[in-house]
Design a protein. Structure first.
Length: 102
C-alpha cells in the first residue's frame, strides 16, 4: 500500500464533528472533505473542503488531520489547510455517506 493510500485510510478514522453531533458519524473522506493529498518525500500537504464556508469546527478538523496523518509511517511533516478555491457539493460524497446523512 502506498503512503498516500495509508494516509487516506488514516483520514477515514476522522469523523466529521457535525455528523457526530447529529448522531450519524461519517468520516471526512466519505463526506468528500478531502481535496488534494500531496506527498513530497514524507512532507505531506492536504487540502480540505468544508460543507459550509464558515464552519465552527474547521480548526478542529485541520488539527485532527495533521495529528492523525503525522502518525503514518514515513510522514515527516503535515500541513492541512482549507482550500478557498474548492467548493463542496453533495456529489463529492460517497454513496454510503449520502445514505447515512439523510
Amino acid at each position: 500500500m502506498s503512503r498516500i493510500e495509508r494516509i487516506r485510510e488514516k483520514l477515514r478514522e476522522i469523523k466529521d464533528p457535525c455528523s457526530v453531533s447529529a448522531g450519524r458519524p461519517v468520516d471526512i473522506v466519505s463526506l468528500g472533505l478531502i481535496g488534494r493529498i500531496d506527498d513530497d518525500a514524507g512532507d505531506v500537504s492536504i487540502s480540505l473542503v468544508l460543507t459550509e464556508p464558515v464552519c465552527w469546527f474547521s480548526r478542529n478538523i485541520v488539527e485532527a488531520v495533521e495529528t492523525s496523518v503525522g502518525q503514518v509511517d514515513g510522514v515527516r511533516s503535515v500541513e492541512a489547510f482549507l482550500d478557498p478555491e474548492e467548493i463542496w457539493d453533495p456529489d463529492r460524497m460517497e454513496p454510503a455517506a449520502r445514505a447515512a446523512v439523510r
